[in-house]
Design a protein around this ligand. Structure first.
Ligand code: T3D
Length: 261
């Protein structure tokens, strides 16, 4: 896949999408929003892709909206429309992608870059990573899904404090608060993530996708509704090749060979 602002690399069922504007710490211009959205869309269309890794080139994960682009906007520019047409499509593409997305957070994730990190499913951070709800530094409110994701993860008091102070949340604190799944020494970040992604790409991918769907849906449901939806999706999982193979492999005392269908 040839893009201008993102790298798209594929290996054994794993696609790695690298935000590639390192001179701006991977700030999102319109091209990068569009191309990242398209890259995730391509991952959804291709059944051979079973896990996606998102990372940043250089020393940043993403510094959020490109502020140099903001300066070029005219008086009739609508930020709400920009969000709807850009970041919202990207975030929904990620959340609706029924494949695990692992963020390899190599450096700072600020503003919308923090939001995009939160829209991934598993976050593995370098010990050099940090998170900043930078919006209030430029007089904005948090956006890009951060108001939805962050209070659910760390609670409203902590999220609100991060929003109004725009203080940096270092990797170790992010781990303690559950923002990231693990923190590893910087040099071990990509090997750790690639090894984990390769493992997931060999797994029961259909079940992984349905699990993502049912967990997101459960946020909006009563217990009764969530139980019903689980049962409905379990019917799909139970009709899969992977379920037959998983049970067979257990009984034969061997490793399963899942195909993601
Ligand atoms: O549609 C809409 O507009 C609504 C959406 C809004 C969503 C948002 O994301 S709003 C928040 C936007 N982001 C920010 O406010 C963060 C701005 N960046 C920073 O505060 C700092 O760069 C960091 C704290 C992230 C990192 O600091 P540091 O000291 O490690 O790096 P630096 O020197 O500030 O940045 C390195 C270079 O990247 C520098 O360029 P230079 O001087 O080397 O040529 C800097 O200008 C550039 N850069 C960093 N962030 C951005 C950026 N360029 C454009 N846009 C950026 N967001």
């Amino acid at each position: 896949m040839a893009y201008e602002t993102v790298l798209f690399e594929r290996s054994d069922g794993v696609v790695t999408i690298t935000l590639n504007r390192p001179e701006t710490l991977n700030a999102f211009n319109d091209t990068m929003i569009r191309e990242t959205t398209d890259a995730f869309k391509q991952c959804g269309k291709d059944p051979s892709v079973r896990c996606v890794v998102l990372t940043g080139a250089g020393r940043g994960f993403s510094s959020g909206q490109d502020l140099a682009d903001v300066q070029k906007r005219g008086d009739d520019f609508s930020i709400a429309e920009h969000l709807r047409q850009g970041y919202h499509r990207l975030i929904l593409e990620m959340v609706r992608l029924e494949k695990p997305i692992i963020a390899a957070i190599n450096g700072v994730a600020a503003g919308a870059g923090f939001g995009i990190a939160l829209a991934t499913d598993i976050r593995i951070a370098s010990d050099k990573a940090s998170f900043i709800l930078a919006f209030s530094r430029v007089g904005l409110i948090p956006d890009s899904g951060t108001n939805w994701f962050l209070p659910r993860i760390i609670g409203q008091a902590r999220a609100y404090e991060l929003a109004i102070t725009a203080d940096r949340l270092p990797a170790d604190q992010a781990l303690a608060w559950g923002v990231v799944n693990r923190v590893v020494p910087h040099d071990e970040l990509m090997p750790t993530v690639q090894e984990f992604a390769a493992r997931l790409a060999q797994g029961a991918s259909l079940a992984y996708g349905l699990t993502k769907r049912t967990m997101y849906r459960a946020w909006e449901q009563s217990l009764e509704e969530a139980l019903g939806y689980e049962a409905y999706l379990q019917e799909t999982a139970a009709r899969s090749h992977d379920y037959r193979e998983g049970v067979q492999a257990f009984l034969e005392k061997r490793a399963p060979r899942f195909q993601g269908r």
